[in-house]
Ligand binder design. Structure first.
Ligand SMILES: NC(=O)c1ccc[n+]([C@@H]2O[C@H](COP(=O)([O-])OP(=O)(O)OC[C@H]3O[C@@H](n4cnc5c(N)ncnc54)[C@H](OP(=O)(O)O)[C@@H]3O)[C@@H](O)[C@H]2O)c1
Length: 241
């Protein structure tokens, strides 16, 4: 029987690479998206062509009802759930003093409430099974902070806290919860941020290298085969924390 992963925000960027990586290993994949329908469909075609199975599910993870529907639809299609990757995220930039409250709400809604909603729904299923991995995609910005990113930093710091607290609560049910800090990747989100901070994008990066989404995806894939790690935060670039 195929193993199954739900990947939020799998239409573009890192999420697309994660879907491709699991797809090449023959997994069943729920490809979640919000706006990019055609991109999500093309990810699903790639997955199927490489030997995996895919279902495309539109859901706004920030809405609890839609997050429930995402998990339920994936279960209806695949009948099991091994891994949930909370990858969907938004980045709204602006100096703290000028930050619009709506920008803060919007950022927290996707980056924090999204994983909160999906973890609640998926952990019910995983607890019944007695196993499961949940991997949250946070950011080093949530640990170190960055000028112009206060809403994003707050949301990603909170996601680290959510990872740790849910790891403690879910461990007795056989569910592992971990968090990755992928590093600076030149996806749509990363390119926009790098353009704004051109001179210093790699300043505190020892190797002066951007992270490669396919390598990050491969790390996430391998983490799902680790039986000993939970409640951990893995930093995947050369900035020290
Ligand atoms: N890029 C970086 O340098 C970097 C660094 C550290 C951490 N991260 C984190 O890595 C993750 C992926 O980033 P990325 O660079 O691949 O971003 P991206 O290219 O902007 O892609 C974001 C993805 O999230 C989806 N999404 C946004 N809001 C959603 C919602 N409410 N419900 C469902 N899906 C939603 C988008 O779907 P649609 O297109 O369908 O709307 C898209 O697939 C994010 O959590 C980000 O914070 C990125």
């Amino acid at each position: 029987m195929r193993k199954v992963v739900i990947i939020t925000g799998a239409s573009r960027g890192l999420g697309r690479e994660i879907a491709r990586t699991f797809g090449q290993a023959g997994w069943g994949i729920a490809v979640n998206y919000l706006n990019s329908k055609h991109d999500a469909e093309s990810v699903a075609e790639d997955v199927t062509a490489s030997g995996g199975d895919a279902v495309v599910i539109r859901a706004d993870v920030g809405d609890p009802a839609q997050a429930d529907r995402l998990i339920n639809s994936a279960m209806t299609h695949f009948r099991r759930l091994d891994v949930l990757v909370n990858n969907a995220g938004v980045s709204r930039q602006g100096l703290f003093v000028r930050l619009d409250e709506n920008m803060l709400d919007e950022t927290l809604r996707t980056n924090l409430k999204g994983p909160f909603n999906t973890i609640r729904a998926a952990s019910e299923v995983m607890a019944r099974q007695g196993f499961g991995h949940i991997i949250n995609v946070s950011s080093i910005v949530g640990v170190k902070g960055r000028a112009g990113h206060s809403a994003y930093a707050a949301s990603k710091a909170a996601l680290v806290g959510l990872t740790k607290a849910s790891a403690i609560e879910l461990a007795p049910h056989g569910i592992q919860v971990n968090c990755v800090l992928p590093g600076y990747m030149l996806t749509e989100m990363g390119t926009a941020a790098a353009e704004k901070t051109k001179e210093n994008a790699l300043a505190d990066n020892l190797l002066k290298k951007y992270s490669i989404p396919a390598e990050v995806a491969s790390f996430i894939y391998n983490l799902t085969y680790m039986s000993s790690a939970s409640g951990q935060v893995f930093n995947l670039d050369s900035r020290m924390i």
